[in-house]
Write a protein that binds this ligand. Structure first.
Ligand SMILES: Cc1cc2nc3c(=O)[nH]c(=O)nc-3n(C[C@H](O)[C@H](O)[C@H](O)COP(=O)(O)OP(=O)(O)OC[C@H]3O[C@@H](n4cnc5c(N)ncnc54)[C@H](O)[C@@H]3O)c2cc1C
Length: 385
């Protein structure tokens, strides 16, 4: 039998051990609760705390802030294991793979001390809000305004599609501190959300997939936030900060997409061995074998590039262009593979109780979030000149 989940070239002994811990934990504590999370449209807070106790929320953050002190390999392991377990509810990738690194990289010592241990333990759930109702692709065009008043910013505007937005305690907000400027007028401000006057959560949005993950609208109406909550020593650094962090976000999507592709193939191989049609197993038809051979080849080739990108990111050498290619390629291929695998399930593939049906609905968004794949092509194309 072909090994679909080989040991990764970037996987250290520490990462191998961490993987088995994460896998056992997810199987025992998360998989049994996933149906409930999908029903209620969010992951229970006590699960975040459990994951924090296990060191699964911020494994690559320095130990002095309560993190695991590991490399990005540990973040990649969690992302893969969530995909293998079919879990799209618990978005540690946003919390530990995106939010915490912004604070770690751009925060002052006081900011780090204040927020990182809480993110690491799960006392705080983290979110990042860039997208606005008027548009997400054109980040420079955001309208949420932070006006300086003495020691505070007064923030007005709104955000949408915010992952963890319904439950988050800490939200990194992309705002305009100078509306006369494009990129240079943007800053990132950390909001400790619960109980703040002027901070309102809208609906926990109804999505076609990823039902267990909360995705919310946020509204700011004269929201007063201490100026000390800005990330970066001066205003106007937000756009550059986002450009520096987006490669890791996109790589994370690619890593999850790659593993989800492997899971789709695994469940389909099992299904076509069991299913009988015309008095034969479905696997005996050449079409089935050829389709799965194509899917497996796609997954294996994708794995090589994604693994290469992970290794380069661990060495601090991943470029924006390569991260964009990885996101573009792996999410496009994921959707193709899941579609083929669903077809091989026949009508059962359309039944929500089958993993492949849930995958079909869950994966579609991956070509859109983290920057739509058309934006990925723009970034790649810009490298020609
Ligand atoms: C489930 C989910 C979770 C999300 N989580 C977060 C989050 O945590 N934080 C956050 O800030 N955002 C989040 N987003 C938002 C996501 O990043 C945006 O939806 C995405 O960036 C696209 O922005 P938009 O939806 O406004 O589409 P638009 O910007 O309106 O674009 C629509 C479409 O137009 C096309 N397009 C746009 N620009 C170009 C171009 N230059 N060239 C060619 N075609 C183009 C693309 O096909 C694109 O899909 C999430 C979205 C979803 C659905």
């Amino acid at each position: 039998m072909y090994e679909l989940r080989p040991k990764r070239p970037w996987e250290t002994e520490e990462a191998v051990m961490f993987r088995s811990t994460v896998r056992r934990f997810l199987e025992a504590e998360a998989v049994p609760r996933d149906a409930q999370w999908r029903n209620q449209k969010f992951v229970d807070r006590d699960f975040w705390r459990q994951a924090g106790e296990l060191g699964m929320l911020c494994p690559s953050m320095p130990e002095q802030y309560g993190g695991g002190g590991g490399s990005y390999a540990l973040e990649a392991v969690i992302t893969e294991e969530l995909s293998y377990a079919g879990l799209t509810s618990f978005l540690q990738g946003v919390h530990g793979g995106i939010v915490a690194p912004y604070i770690e990289r751009y925060g002052t010592p006081a900011q780090k001390q204040r927020w990182l241990p809480k993110l690491s333990s799960g006392e705080f759930i983290g979110a990042i809000a860039m997208t606005e109702p008027s548009g997400g692709s054109d980040l420079q065009a955001i309208r949420t305004l932070a006006r300086r008043e003495g020691d505070h910013y007064v923030i007005n505007g709104s955000k949408t599609f915010v992952t963890n937005g319904h439950t988050a305690d800490l939200v990194i907000l992309a705002v305009k501190t100078d509306p006369t400027q494009g990129a240079k007028g943007m800053s990132l401000i950390v909001v400790e959300a619960p109980g703040l006057a002027g901070f309102r959560r809208g609906r926990n949005l109804d999505k076609i997939g990823m039902h267990g993950s909360d995705t919310a609208e946020l509204f700011f109406d004269d929201l007063r936030v201490p100026a000390a909550n800005r990330l970066g020593d001066e205003e106007g650094q937000g756009f550059v900060q986002m450009m520096q962090q987006l490669p890791q976000e996109r790589l994370g999507i690619a890593v999850g997409a790659q593993a989800m592709m492997e899971r789709a193939i695994e469940v389909t191989i099992a299904y076509v061995h069991e299913r009988q049609v015309f008095k034969k197993s479905l696997i005996e038809f050449q079409n089935t074998r050829f389709k799965l051979a194509e899917c497996l080849t796609t997954a294996r080739v994708t794995r090589s590039f994604v693994d290469d990108c992970v290794a380069r990111h661990i060495r601090g050498e991943l470029s924006m262009v390569d991260a964009s290619m990885a996101k573009l390629w792996s999410t496009d291929k994921l959707c193709d593979v899941v579609d083929e695998c669903l077809q091989l399930h026949g009508g059962y593939g359309f039944m929500a109780e089958y993993p492949i049906a849930r995958m079909y609905a869950d994966v579609r968004v991956q070509r859109i979030y983290g920057g739509a794949n058309e934006i990925m092509k723009e970034i790649v194309a810009r490298s020609f000149s």
